[in-house]
Design a protein around this ligand. Structure first.
Ligand SMILES: [Zn+2]
Length: 278
């Protein structure tokens, strides 16, 4: 190979590296909870608020993709959103029918089986959970009783801690016929011990959650597979969240979001985000 041919092949190699980098996809993983619409909880949305938020996000140029497609790399660019919904509240079913399904969005559901198997009043019934799974929503584990898997929880009762990680898979398998491969930490919080235990229990990926808007690249070797970040959608913080989503895709159209009449931004109760609105 002469020198100019070498140069050309080097140039081609650099170009193809650049192309493969630009083809990499990133997602922001949103974490919703309940859709009661009673205005009582910072993590609860009415269906109208939910629909408005999703439509604003779409109008910035974001595409809603499934968690499975994001993990498998079947996405392009950075304007991608995965919707996840934690807990398994009964309002997930009407919200799916009324809001998500008409928009072609298949949320991934992290549920804690104690309330589903126990037919608790505020939970999805086993039938509704199966319907959502058959409609294309992925279903993952979210603890068993929704207890935190922190170091403090381990110090208090190692057996309870391990139950949160080991019991949901067989329980969900009984409900759905297949074992979950994803784990969403109750309250979004985790510990090194929990990461080890979740990996040992056979989960492929585990998900944390906090208020930060974080882009995730599932192909990044530096990504901690046992603590993938998600963004909790706090209703009172949605203006800031939407502005951050605009910034990430350099949206430069007309302002899409008027700040809601400023309800006092409540402090998130204690060290854990509020959760499990009933
Ligand atoms: Zn939860």
């Amino acid at each position: 190979m002469n020198r100019s041919k070498k140069r050309i092949s080097l140039l081609l190699a650099i170009l193809s590296l650049g192309l493969s980098l630009s083809a990499e996809g990133k997602v922001v993983i949103l974490d919703y909870h309940t859709f009661l619409g009673n205005g009582k909880s910072n993590i609860d949305y009415s269906e109208a608020e939910l629909a408005a938020e999703l439509d604003r996000i779409a109008s910035m140029g974001y595409k809603f993709v499934s968690l499975d497609d994001a993990i498998a790399g079947r996405i392009e660019g950075t304007a991608n959103i995965v919707v996840t919904i934690d807990d398994g509240n009964h309002t997930v079913y009407p919200a799916f029918k009324d809001v998500f399904e008409p928009r072609g969005i298949k949320p991934y559901l992290f549920v804690y089986p104690a309330i589903v198997s126990g037919h608790v009043r505020y939970a999805l019934t086993p039938e509704k959970l199966r319907f959502l799974a058959e409609a294309g929503c992925g279903i993952g584990a979210h603890g068993y009783h929704h207890n935190p898997v922190t170091d403090k929880a381990w110090a208090k009762d190692p057996k309870d801690f391990m139950h949160e990680i080991e019991l949901p898979a067989p329980a969900l398998e009984r409900l759905l016929g297949s074992r979950p491969t994803m784990f969403g930490y109750p309250f979004g919080v985790f510990s090194a011990r929990a990461e080890e235990a979740v990996a040992a229990a056979g989960y492929a990926w585990a998900f944390a959650a906090d208020e930060k808007v974080t882009q995730v690249d599932f192909a990044d070797p530096a990504l901690d597979r046992m603590a993938v970040p998600r963004t909790i959608t706090y209703r009172y913080n949605r203006g800031a969240m939407l502005r951050e989503l605009e910034r990430l895709v350099a949206y430069d159209g007309p302002p899409l979001f008027e700040a809601p009449p400023s309800a006092p931004a409540p402090e998130v109760a204690g060290p854990l985000p509020g959760d499990v609105a009933k």
